[in-house]
Design a protein around this ligand. Sequence first.
Ligand code: THU
Length: 144
Amino acid sequence: MTAETPEAMPGAGDDAALEARACDAQRRAYAPYSRFPVGAAVRMSGEVFDGANIENASYGLGICAERTAVFAAVLSGAHRLEAVAVCTEASPPSSPCGACRQVLLEFAPDPAAVTVTAVNPRGERRSWTLAELLPDGFSGRELP
Ligand code: THU
C-alpha cells in the first residue's frame, strides 16, 4: 500500500479497506472524454465489489462507477447493500450523482444504516448515510 492511499492517512474512515478498493478501481476507469476518473466499492451481502466509470464516444452511454459496482454485485447474487466508498480527484471529494443514489437505494434495506464515504487520493474524506443523500426516496416499498 502506498503512502497516499486513504487507508494510510490519518483520520481514515471506519472502512479503510473499502476506500482503498475504490481508489484502486479508480485507476481502471475509462474516462477519456470527461477526464474525471471515478472508482467505487460497495460492500454487499458481506462481500466487496468494485466499479469504475466507463465512458463512450456516444456520451450518453457512459455509466458511473457506483452503478458498475452495484451491478457487478447483483450479478454475483449479492443484494444487501451495507456500505459505499467513492474515489475521485475532486476536492472536496465528490458525492454520488442522483441516478446512482437511486440505484443504491434499490438495494439498501435500511438507508440510514448505509454509510457512503467519498475520498480523494490526497486523503480528504466526506461521509453521509444514504438516507441523508436521498431523503424520502422512491423505492419498491411504495409499489403495490
Ligand atoms: N461519474 C461517476 O462515475 N459517478 C458519479 O456519481 C458522478 C459522475 C462519472 C460519470 C462520467 O464518466 C464522469 O464521472 C463525469 O461526469
